[in-house]
Design a protein around this ligand. Sequence first.
Ligand code: ASP
Length: 473
Amino acid sequence: MHSMKDRTLILESLEKVGEEVILQGWVDTKRDHGKLTFIDLRDRSGSIQCVGFQMMGELTTESVIEISGLVKARPERMVNPDLPLGTVEIEVKAYEVLNKAKELPIPVAGDGREINEESRLQYRYLDLRRPRMNKILRMRSEFIRALRDSLFEQDFVEVETPMLTKSTKEGARDFIVPSRFQEGKFYALPQSPQQYKQLLMTAGVEKYFQVARCIRDEDLRADRGFEFTQLDLEMSFVTQQDVMSTVEAMTKKAVKAVGGTLKDETFPVFTYEEAIKQYGADKFDLRTEEEKKAGVLSFAWVVSFPFFKKVDTADAAEVADGKSGWTFTHNPFSTPIEAHVEQHLKGENIENIETAQYDLVCNGHEAGGGSIRAHRADVLRSTFKIMGYSDEEIQDGVGHMLEAFEVGTPPHGGIALGIDRLVMLLAGETSLKEAIAFPMTSSGRTAVMDGPSEVSEAQLSELHIQVVKKKKK
Ligand code: ASP
C-alpha cells in the first residue's frame, strides 16, 4: 500500500486527466463485460468508474482496494451527467486488494430504511457506510463545529467536567458505578454537568461551554436512549434575555452553516400559559404544511414556567425528589423570578412561584432548556425545603453548592441544547437514532457490542457486589 502522500482522492481526479494516480477505497459496484470489468470505486470524497482489461473479475463488492491507473476523459457519448465524476474514468494499470469483503450481512446501498433496527445497529459500521448516514455524521460534525466557533468568538471557554460523580438531581434515575476501593459506595454518572458548570462560575470562568454527554436511567421510549449529547453552557453576570439572545444568535449561525432554513429570523417568545392555551402543550410546531415539506426549522422560546408541580406518583424519580408532594418542573438549581423570591423563601403560594426558566422549542420538540440560577444559598436551600427535604438531607445532597454560594458566586444562568435532536431535525429525520453514530436499540442494547452483559464472579467480588435474581412471581 502507498503512503497517504501518494494518494489522490477520487474527487481530485477530476483535475488530473491524463495523469497516473493512486486511488484507495471500496468497491461500490462491479459489472463484468467479457474481457472488461467495470467497478465503481468509492472513498470519502465520491465514487468513480474504473475499467480493467482482463483483471478485477475476482473482486467482491465492499472490498478495500488500491488502484494505480490513468485518469481519462470519457468519450462524449459515455459521459454521465448525473454523476459528479461522470466525465472521467480510470484505466486501471494495477491494483492490490487490501481487504477482501465477504458477503455483507446487511446491504449498504440504498437508504437502509427497510432493514430492521436490530440488524442496522448490530452492523452499524456497515450501516454508516450508506451515503445517507455518512452525510448525517458529517453534518453533525459541521454543526458542532459551527456552535463551537460561535462560542469561541464570544470568549467562551470549553471545560470538561467529570463522568464519575455524585447524583446530580436532574429529575431522572442515576446510573451508578460501584467503587472498587470503597466497599459499598457508588459513583453516579452525570445526568448533566449542571452543578459543575455552576461551580465553574464560582471559579470565575464567566463563560463556559461543553459538548457534554448526559446519562439518565429513564424508561426507554422508542425515541429516547440512556445517553444523549448536549451543548451545555453557562454565563455569569447575565439576565435571562442575555442568555436567550446569545443562544439564539449561536443557533441561527450553526443552523445556517449546515444549510438549514429558518422559519423566523427572530424566534417568537410565548409564555407557558400562552403556549398551553394556544397549543395545549409547551412544545408546539409553528410550521405550515409547505414549510414542513420544505424541511424548514421553526424555533420558539417558552418562558414564565411554574417552578413547582405536584409529584406524578407514577414517576419514581419524581416521587423520590418530591418528598413534600411538590417537585421542580425543570431544574432545582433555577432561581424564582425576582418578584417571587420572597414567597419562595417563605414557602408560600408554592403553585404560583414562577421560575426564570426558558425552553427552546423546535418543530414540536424540546430543543433545549435553561434558566437563571439560584446563586444564593438561602434560595437554593428554600427550593429543597419546599420539596420536603430536611436540613440534613439538603446538606448531604447539595451542601457543596451551598458552601460555594457563600464564597462569592456571581449571578449566572445557562442552557443546554439537545444536539442529537437538532441534528435529527436538520437531517429531516424522525428518529434520534439516525443522528447518533452508535445509538442503543429500543430495548436498551448497545450498538455492535451487545451490552449490557454479565461480568465474571471475580469482577463482581472485587466490586463487593452480589447479584440477587428476583424470584419470578
Ligand atoms: N442542566 C439542564 C438540563 O440538562 C439544562 C440547564 O438548565 O442548563 O436539562
